[in-house]
Design a protein around this ligand. Structure first.
Ligand code: FAD
Length: 478
């Protein structure tokens, strides 16, 4: 860029001087959620509407400056922060925060990209509907980031991930043109699906400025159960039974390994964690019923009785009220925090066909134990979707017992390769819901077919020939 001052002036002209930040503490935008990566931005720009986003992208394209779209900055793969060059613009979407419309007959909500997920859930509920996307970061993450990463969460087993909930998008492309694709249609077979290209593209193809997404009727009752299961294979068998007994009522199915629950019990002794001392795995089930609480309880109890007869469940508790249900969910949601309390660890967000998960874990656990005796596996996740957070923590004794950073330095690359090679053998994916970002971009070429990578590069080249949209993320520089 020839003239930094002239460029910054063009950004100020686009969004107003108060919304172009270049000085002071910009760490909220420059460092990632886990605080492992610290970038340096040329500027943080905060447009207030779609036209301003378009003007910023045009200014960047004219100056050849790359930009990094950012929502709540809760992403876990280093995709929303700038690199260290000090030459990238962070495009923060958080001022685009209006719900534009709720269409009760069409069962849709149209909202801007910077809307916080939790506030969308609340506004939908106020209008008498369920917006089912739900994840632990919902108090901070945005709809644009959810779509940019194709976020999953805890209700995918029933409602699908962000892609399946999305009917239409408004996007500013890499040339600064606005694509008005907010159709709200459930059927539209008029050629290539542009919407699906932008969902999950992690800001590398364009900037999502608004979306039309599906709403559902609020359930009459939601019940939660916590069950002790004798093995992972029996957890999968329980999932099969739950599908058969509850049908569309099954809205959550989370698995938690014994070590993961033990960490919650150790670091948060005020929490009552059922069954963790004896059960190798526990499962959290959620049943949402459209009739009544009595009906939901009846079906849940029938399921658990059958599961006990089949030997899939050793013991179970069903929450008596909403407070107890929240307490059970809180145990599941506390695992990542308890794990962080225990020390740095190596995270994996993988998916495997559900039927093959027990064999995958048996094979991979053994592989890792052979490599590092005593290594600890924090295994938990959305079993209903075949998605595990298969995380690896240093052995409790020995060189790395109190040196998580040293463990990561020495072992992260090797362990990632072992786990991802195993994922490949079991026909899985190395990123189930967090995306690729910077963190996994280099690995992608090892685990995606050359044909797939070639088509992905062709799409990127066609839509962003200047390579200004979040360069290096998803597709590593060659
Ligand atoms: P950001 O972090 O700001 O951005 C993420 C990516 O999307 C970046 O590549 C960015 O460039 C791009 N992006 C952001 N906004 C736009 C836009 N408007 N247009 C185009 N691209 C854009 N994820 C799950 O899927 N399931 C979970 O259960 C889950 N649980 C989590 C729990 C915790 C405690 C945390 C911290 C994270 C969790 N995540 C989970 C990851 C993360 O919250 C999600 O990926 C979330 O969808 C990111 O939203 P965001 O607004 O924070 O996006």
């Amino acid at each position: 860029m020839n003239d930094r001052h002239a460029f910054l002036d063009s950004l100020r002209a686009a969004v107003g001087a108060p919304h172009v930040l270049t000085e002071g503490d910009l760490s909220a935008w420059e460092q990632d959620w886990r605080k492992r990566v610290h970038g340096k931005a040329l500027a943080v720009v905060r447009p207030g509407n779609t036209a301003e986003v378009a003007a910023v992208v045009k200014a960047c394209a004219a100056a050849g400056v790359s930009l990094v779209p950012q929502g709540g900055n809760t992403g876990l793969v280093v995709g929303s922060t700038p690199d260290t060059s000090g030459t990238q613009v962070v495009l923060s979407l958080t001022r685009l925060s209006a719900v534009r419309a709720i269409d009760s007959a069409n069962l849709t909500i149209t909202m801007e990209a910077g809307c916080i997920l939790q506030s969308v859930q609340e506004q939908a509920e106020k209008a008498g509907f369920l917006f089912p996307l739900s994840l632990a970061a919902e108090g901070s993450c945005t709809i644009g980031g959810n779509l940019g990463t194709n976020a999953g969460g805890t209700q995918v087993v029933r409602y699908g991930n962000a892609r399946e909930l999305c009917l239409g998008l408004e996007v500013v492309n890499a040339q600064g043109e606005v694509w008005h694709g907010l159709t709200g249609l459930r059927k539209d077979n008029t050629g290539y699906d542009l919407r699906d290209l932008f969902i999950g593209s992690e800001g590398t193809l364009g900037v999502i400025t608004a979306a039309t997404m599906k709403l559902y009727p609020l359930p009459a009752a939601t019940l939660t159960a916590f069950a002790a299961v004798p093995s992972l294979a029996q957890a999968v068998a329980l999932l099969g039974l739950a599908h058969r007994h509850l049908g569309a009522g099954l809205t959550g199915f989370e698995v938690m390994g014994q070590f993961a629950l033990g960490l919650v019990a150790r670091h948060y002794p005020q929490m009552r964690v059922p069954f963790y001392e004896t059960a190798p795995y526990c499962v959290l089930l959620e049943n949402s019923d459209s009739e009544s609480e009595a009906h939901a309880r009846e079906r849940f109890e029938a399921l658990l009785e059958t599961a006990m007869e089949h030997g899939c469940v050793a013991d179970a508790v069903v929450a008596e009220n909403l407070t107890q249900a929240h307490q059970l969910w809180h145990i599941r949601e506390s695992i990542p925090l308890a794990q962080a309390e225990e020390g740095l660890n190596i995270k994996h967000d993988i998916s495997i066909p559900v039927s093959r998960i027990p064999a995958f874990c048996e094979a991979t656990d053994a592989l890792l134990q052979r490599e590092i005796l005593g290594v600890r596996l924090v295994n938990f996740g959305h079993l209903g979707d075949g998605n595990l957070h298969y995380n690896v923590q240093a052995p409790a004794t020995g060189d790395y017992a109190n040196d998580g950073a040293g463990f990561l330095r020495e072992w992260e690359d090797r362990i990632n390769t072992l786990v991802y090679d195993s994922v490949k053998v079991f026909d899985g994916s190395i990123s189930a819901e967090h995306g690729v970002g910077d963190l996994k971009a280099a690995k992608l070429s090892d685990y995606k077919s050359p044909v797939a990578l070639h088509m992905m590069r062709a799409i990127k080249q066609a839509l962003d020939p200047q390579n200004i949209m979040n360069p290096g993320r998803v597709l590593a520089a060659r």
